[in-house]
Design a protein around this ligand. Structure first.
Ligand code: GSH
Length: 212
């Protein structure tokens, strides 16, 4: 049986959401954040990366959101919510799938780290890091002005993987969505999906991903 190991308030929300959208059977195991060590030892022991999300299935233990999403869609989803090379939306799909963790999350985490370290933004490198996360919101806003979902007219896994940097990451690196009406409308649109609602129920008592 596919098991999703969910660490509270973490990027494993995405995997729960994907399973709920696909309506596939899976076991859900919850791990709580701890005050002393943000990720509890039991979660760190699951995979050498020590990061969330992690899934297990038989002898397989797999980490890394993008790899897990592709694995589940291919093994359990008959390719649903992915976009193939013959589609005009293929490049957009690939771009947002990779941008989510490759640059957007990295920008948010770097800005968060600078805030925690209380470094004064006094040189170009630090200024660039601090604006990288914001540039991501500008880019998503412009894109969503022309497209209802990130990879065209249909909801895809690109929307699922981009949820965390657009929502929960803002609890760590604040970003006012006021100047981004298309992002706000988009978040309302995707959160109205029954699969999203089931995900929110499943991850409770985690707060729902912030939509405003
Ligand atoms: N790119 C990785 C990032 C995973 C990641 O950093 N997850 C966070 C939770 S949101 C984590 O496990 N942090 C604990 C740690 O790094 O010790 C993925 O998407 O799987």
């Amino acid at each position: 049986m596919l098991t999703v190991h969910h660490l509270g308030i973490s990027q494993s929300d995405r995997i729960v959401w994907l399973c709920e959208e696909l309506e596939i059977p899976y076991d859900f195991v919850r791990y709580e954040r701890t005050a002393i060590n943000l990720t509890p030892p039991a979660y760190r022991a699951l995979h050498p990366s020590g990061t969330s999300p992690v899934i297990t299935e038989g002898d397989l233990t797999l980490a890394e959101s993008g790899a897990i999403i592709e694995y589940i869609i291919a093994r359990h989803g008959q390719g649903r919510f992915s976009v193939g090379p013959d589609s005009p939306d293929f490049a957009d799909y690939k771009y947002w799938m990779h941008y989510a963790n490759g640059s957007f999350m990295a920008g948010g985490i770097l800005a968060f780290s600078i805030g925690v370290l209380n470094v004064i933004p006094e040189n170009g490198t630090i200024r660039d890091i601090n604006t990288r996360y914001a540039r991501g919101f500008d880019m998503v806003e412009k894109h969503l002005a022309t497209s209802p979902f990130l990879a065209g007219a249909e909801f895809t896994a690109a929307d699922i993987i981009m949820l965390f940097p657009l929502t929960t990451m803002r609890l760590f690196t604040p970003m006012d969505l006021g100047p981004f009406p298309h992002i706000r409308a988009y978040l309302q649109r995707i959160s109205a999906r029954p699969g999203f609602q089931r995900m929110v129920t499943k991850i409770s008592p985690d707060p729902a991903p912030p939509l405003v």
